[in-house]
Design a protein around this ligand. Structure first.
Ligand code: NCD
Length: 317
């Protein structure tokens, strides 16, 4: 692994894409590039974070995000501890702040937190001394997902600027949609939101992006089609008439995809529900689906974020 150049990204925490400068985003993506190449080698162990402790605190279920943060920390040489809510005192009624202060007393260097409430990760960050990374807070933000999506797009298309990206499906409940919208716009892409009226945010005008309730119209001429899962766990009541009806109108099928550019890239943050928001044929199209690239980029991006946020600890080394 070559020495990573000096980074312009010098923040204490990574809580959101909102407020990041395009050069900070580009910096993290450039740093992640080096880790993509490194992760393809057989010897993946580095000592960048040797001696540092990373705690992954997940209040919500996760497969890819938790595993990739764990791999990222381990590959960088950190001691990584995974805490899940089911096996901790959180189940016994401990508050978020008490948990934060308890973990803080153990002197971790990085805390990776996923929580069901928007704003909870930022609140926790006020009560600890170490770097905090938001691994998804409610329907608010999921910054590392947007970064890994951007890296995927940049590698597959060579750029982000000037591309047209359609973010489709349950935009209302999606932190992935929000972080991606902010990042892609900051990097000069044109973003559109596509979904049923019930799943588009109420004050949609404030986003100042074109919105479509017809899938084919929304996909017309797009370079990137980013699908979202129906976030039923965040829904109170029913937002779609039926799953079958939803798939008929908004599921990404080979036929609807014809509206996008012939080489349009298909993305999905996972976990995907085949036959709900995406047809298996489209998801498995090896030429056009970037879904597994996204997973690969996830580890590299999380390594870059951990590296960047702990760099000040190593400056005096
Ligand atoms: C997303 C999340 O948790 O917000 N998944 C992920 O991190 N890979 C999207 C989702 O759960 O649908």
């Amino acid at each position: 692994m070559p020495e990573t150049p000096d980074l312009a990204f010098r923040r204490r925490h990574l809580l959101a894409i909102e407020g990041l400068h395009p050069f900070e985003i580009a910096d993290l993506l450039d740093c992640a590039e080096g880790y993509v190449a490194h992760n393809r080698k057989s010897d993946k162990k580095l000592s960048t974070l040797r001696g540092l402790t990373q705690i992954n605190l997940f209040y919500e279920n996760s497969t890819r995000t938790r595993t990739s943060f764990e791999l990222a920390g381990k590959r960088l040489g950190a001691d990584v501890v995974n805490m899940s809510v089911s096996g901790s005192s959180i189940k016994k009624g401990e508050t978020l702040i008490d948990t934060a202060m308890t973990l803080n007393a153990m002197h971790p260097d990085a805390l990776v937190v996923r929580h069901g409430e928007s704003g909870a990760v930022a609140l926790l960050a006020h009560h600890v001394r170490c770097a905090v990374i938001n691994a998804g807070d409610g329907s608010h933000e999921h910054p590392t997902q947007a970064l890994l999506d951007a890296l995927t797009i940049r590698r597959r298309r060579g750029r982000i600027e000037g591309l047209t990206v359609a973010i489709c499906g349950d935009v209302l409940h999606s932190r992935v949609a929000r972080s991606n919208l902010l990042l892609l716009q900051a990097m000069g892409a044109s973003v559109r939101l596509v979904g049923p009226p019930t799943l588009l945010p109420p004050a949609i005008e404030t986003f100042q992006v074109p919105t479509f309730t017809d899938m084919r119209e929304g996909l017309e001429g797009c370079d990137i089609v980013m699908m979202l899962r129906l976030q039923t766990e965040r829904m109170q009541g029913s937002f779609v008439p039926s799953v079958r009806e939803y798939f008929r109108l908004y599921g990404l099928t080979p036929d609807k995809l014809k509206a996008a550019k012939p080489d349009a890239l298909i993305m999905h943050p996972g976990p995907m529900n085949r036959g709900v928001e995406i047809d298996g044929v489209v998801a498995d199209d090896i030429d056009r689906s970037a879904i597994l690239d996204q997973v690969e980029m996830g580890v590299a991006v999380r390594m870059a974020c951990l590296d960047a946020l702990t760099r000040h600890l190593r400056d005096g080394d």
